[in-house]
Ligand binder design. Sequence first.
Ligand code: GLU
Length: 373
Amino acid sequence: MRDKLLKETTRIVIKIGSSLVASRDTGLRPEQIDRLADEIAALRSSGREILIVSSGAIVSGIKKLGLKEYPKSLPVKQAAAAVGQSRLMWAYEKSFERVDVKVAQILLTHQDLADRRRFLNARHTLTALIGFGVIPIINENDTVAVDEIRVGDNDTLAAEVAHLVDAELLIILSDIDGLFTEDPRKNPTATLIPLIPEITQEIEERAGVSTTFEGTGGMATKIRAAKKVSEYGVATLILHGKKPGLLPQVLAGGPGGSLFLAKERRFTSRKHWIAFTLRPRGTLTLDPGAVEALAMRGKSLLASGILNVGGSFESGDAVGCLDQEGREFAKGLVNFSSDTLARIKGLKTTEIQQQLGPQEYEEVIHRDNLVIL
Ligand code: GLU
């Protein structure tokens, strides 16, 4: 099953971690970038469609600016990213030119993904690039991204991109071999798990407690990324990126890395976007009748079922729907602001009209904009 899946996938997002392409002491690692470009170009020649999400801008910029240590202040980090990003792209340009492959730079922030029009626009651009046989090289737009609009890490960004372009496989290349049965540094008999049918709570917890469980680098963001895309029918392969020949070997069906299988796709792209890309701006606590109507009977949310409004949001924002125990069981786009909802919660439609006058919408969250998690 693993072999077949890896051999037959066409559209692949490959995430390349900072440590593969840059180091703080030496700056960029052109020899690694050349090797990755060779291997990726060969995959493309064999009919695969590849998109790259590459880190390394900040680390490369630190070296170029001659900074002694990793910057703490945001503007300095952003300056390093700006300097490093052009250097990073220049290195990719040169490496891929050797093997006659065109590349393109795409820089994204969370805001580009959270706005549905911009999201779809990015999708169209990436699809057009793939149509031209170009390999898009994507990074977070670190230079302008402050906390509220940051994706935050490139494992997550790569997961967003995999959804954006409807990829079949996400490959996370870093300096870890994959998921082990136990911490391999504590227990030498620990073995690499080649196939993970489902990301269980135990796997998530194990990855969450120790960032060094599988070697270096954070496993938690990788498992989270794998989980996110699995809900959209995308499999994830975690693979060591510094071992020459490993990537083509594994995609030809050979051993190496850990493959996390996808689930059956539960949501349309739009609903997946509501569920996994948008960040909730607030919460609505619902009475048991409303919880049942949403979760079991496929209904829209009306104001009469709302007990409490949390946070501050505008009409069109995403909010989480909670049951009385505080569990988030649904997410959706609201038609009213938090201020308005605080006034009309618990009221029937006729009472709302008395309060607010005629309204464009009756539903607080329309069914089409609601996802049961
Ligand atoms: N965007 C950052 C960079 O290019 C890396 C973020 C990450 O590695 O997760 O330096």
